[in-house]
Design a protein around this ligand. Structure first.
Ligand code: NAD
Ligand code: APR
Length: 231
């Protein structure tokens, strides 16, 4: 069996790149109500507010750079088969060099048709405005998953977790399902870690490594590249 590493990442892995998390103090969901900006109802009632929320997010992503955690994960590809499953809509894992990244909540740098989820575009500018239309004439929206919509690639993600020999969960509060439930699919005998600077509920079988992603993830990567277990 190949030595397969799966990283399950959330907003915390990009926090030190300057992108806000959702549920920490000062997080986005303290400032905004989910139902006003990240739901199909919000889009129906006030598309301008939704577009403006995501335009701000997109500008922040374009200004951000991968941090030491993103780079360390990408660096592990020199030795291991690495899959990154991320709840993040930014592209920092890709910019760090990771080649196998699955975005279960979509991607902020893409836009899609309002009526045809299969018709999407890589954005050539930093904003989507009211009146920006797809080829079929419908308003463009960000290609992100809103609350109440289906998350993506779940069975593919479950397969990756089932065949993983090592799993690291980084920077997610594990509160949003079904993405959070993926941790349960990891094999009983896999080596499993959860990285976060604050104490949080640790799934059964995982070891908690406390500290910021940019410190702890490079430490894990160095240990694995040297053939040791992380401490
Ligand atoms: P839900 O049942 O409305 O939807 C959950 C589904 O939407 C999951 O598949 C989830 O993964 C997905 N999803 C859609 N957009 C998402 C996004 N931007 N980020 C992450 N996941 C996204 O969600 P719920 O969490 O069970 O919430 C029930 C209700 O409570 C919803 O109306 C929600 O808006 C509201 N609410 C949720 C939270 C929360 O943190 N989950 C917080 C406050 C309010
Ligand atoms: N390093 C590692 N972890 C960090 C750091 C850091 N520097 N800073 C914060 N964290 C941790 C927090 O302690 C918390 O456990 O990252 C986690 C962030 O949790 P959330 O803000 O809830 O983000 P996430 O789990 O990604 O949210 C899931 O909710 O609304 C949605 O679309 C959104 O995909 C997102 C989903």
């Amino acid at each position: 069996m190949t030595d397969k590493l799966v990283f399950l990442t959330g907003a915390g892995v990009s926090a030190e790149s300057g992108l806000k998390t959702f549920r920490d103090m000062g997080g986005l969901w303290n400032e905004y109500a989910i139902e006003d900006v990240a739901s199909p109802e919000a889009w129906r009632k006030n598309p301008a507010t939704v577009l403006s929320f995501y335009n701000e997010r997109r500008c922040a992503v374009l200004d951000a750079k991968p941090n030491a955690a993103h780079l360390a994960i990408a660096g592990l590809e020199q030795r291991f088969d690495v899959v990154v499953i991320t709840q993040n809509i930014d592209d920092l894992h890709e910019r760090a060099g990771s080649t196998s990244v699955i975005h279960v909540h979509g991607e902020i740098l893409k836009a899609r048709s309002t009526i045809d989820a299969g018709l999407f575009y890589r954005l050539q500018k930093s904003t989507i405005e009211l009146g920006d239309l797809c080829e079929q004439g419908s308003q463009l929206r960000p290609d992100v998953v809103w609350f109440g919509e289906n998350v993506r690639f779940m069975s593919e993600c479950e397969e990756h977790l089932r065949s993983a020999s090592r799993v690291v969960v980084v920077g997610t509060s594990l509160t949003v399902y079904p993405a959070a439930g993926l941790v349960q699919k990891a094999p009983f005998d896999a080596e499993k870690y959860l990285v976060s600077p604050e104490p949080q509920k640790v799934p059964y079988g995982f070891r908690f490594l406390r500290g910021p992603a940019s410190t702890v993830v490079p430490r894990i990567a160095t240990c694995w590249l040297e053939g040791r277990k992380p401490v």
